[in-house]
Design a protein around this ligand. Sequence first.
Ligand SMILES: Nc1ncnc2c1ncn2[C@@H]1O[C@H](COP(=O)(O)OP(=O)(O)OP(=O)(O)O)[C@@H](O)[C@H]1O
Ligand SMILES: [Mg+2]
Length: 340
Amino acid sequence: MKIISILNQKGGCGKTTTAVNLSSALAREGYKTLLIDFDPQAHTTFSLGMNNSKGICELIEDYLNTGSPSLDSYITPRTENLFVVTSSLGLSAIEHKLNSREDKLYILYKILGPAASLYDYCIIDCPPNLGVLSLNATFAGNYILTPFLACDLSLQGINVLNQIIEMMAEAHPTTLSFFYLLTQYDRRFRYSLEFLERARSMLKNKLLPIIIRTNINLRESQSLGKTIFEHKPYSRGSYDYTKLAEKIIDITQQIKWTRLFLKNKKFKEVHVVGDFNQWQKNEKYKMKKIDTETWTISIPLKKGKYHYKFFADEFWLTDPLNSFEENDSFGGKNSVISIR
Ligand SMILES: Nc1ncnc2c1ncn2[C@@H]1O[C@H](COP(=O)(O)OP(=O)(O)OP(=O)(O)O)[C@@H](O)[C@H]1O
Ligand SMILES: [Mg+2]
C-alpha cells in the first residue's frame, strides 16, 4: 500500500479537493483506495456526501482502548474500489488525548499496519496546521503531496513546512518523498506564468508537471457531496485529476515501500544495512522507535532481490520476523527480501 498524505498548513489550498478527487481517480483506474479524513473539519466526509457513522474518532478511541482495533469496522465503502474513513469534530478532542502519549506521533502508523496488503493506495486528508494529527499523517506516509496556490506567500509557506519536517526528521528519521502540486491555477494572468517559473526554480523536479486549473465545477461538486467524476465527468477538473492520478501511479508503482520491524527494549540505536544502501550505516536507514520496544522503518525498494541485516548498537542481527535467509561471505547469514 502506498500511503500519500496531503499536507499543507495553509488553509484553502486544495487539500480536500485533491484528496477526494485523486482518491476517486485512483479507484476508477482500478486501484483499491482507502481515503482517510484526518481533519476535524470533516470536509472530505461532507465533500463525498457522507456523514460520520463510525469513523476515525471511533477507530482511534478503539486503538487507545484495545491496542488492536479491527480497521474494517470503521471503513465505509463509497464507490467501487473507494473506501472511506470518515471524520467529525470529535477528532479535535482526540488530538488532545494523543498529546499525553509517548507514541503520539505513530498512532496512525500503527493503525494502518494491518491494512498494508489490503489496499493499493491510502490517501490522508490533513487539517490546515502542523499539529499532532498532521505529524501522525507525515510519519504514517511514504509520500507527502503538498497542494499550493499560485501566490508567493504559498511558496514561503512551503519553505516553513520543509523546515519543520526537517526538524522533526532529525529526532524521528524518515524516508519520505515530497511532491508539490499547483492548484487553482489560472493561466490567463501574466503573474501566473511568472509565478510558475519561480515555483519551478524553487521546487525543481519535486513540482509535479500536472497542474490543477481553476474550475468552478470542482467547487460545485464539493457542495453537492459528489466527486468531480460524478458531477461533471467531462470538465477540466475531471481531466486534471485523471492526469494527476496517472502521474501518481507512474511515480509510485515503480517502488514498493517495505516495512521492517525489530522488537527490543534495550538497544539504543538500530540501522538497517543491506545491498540497497551498499551495506553502509546511513542516517536515512536509521530505524525509529515507535514505542518502548518496537523499532521500525519503511524503505523504498524497486523490483529485485535484496540482502540485509540489522545493525543494533554493536551487534549484527538477521531479521527475526523474516525466515528467508542466505549465507553471507563471513560464515553468517543475511535476511533476504524479494520485491516483485
Ligand atoms: N481547482 C479548483 N478550482 C476551483 N475551486 C477550487 C479548486 N480547488 C479547490 N477549490 C475550492 O477552493 C476551496 C478550498 O479548497 P479545499 O477545501 O480543497 O482546500 P483545503 O486546503 O482542504 O482547505 P482547508 O485547509 O480548510 O482544509 C473550496 O471551496 C474548493 O471547492
Ligand atoms: Mg481541507
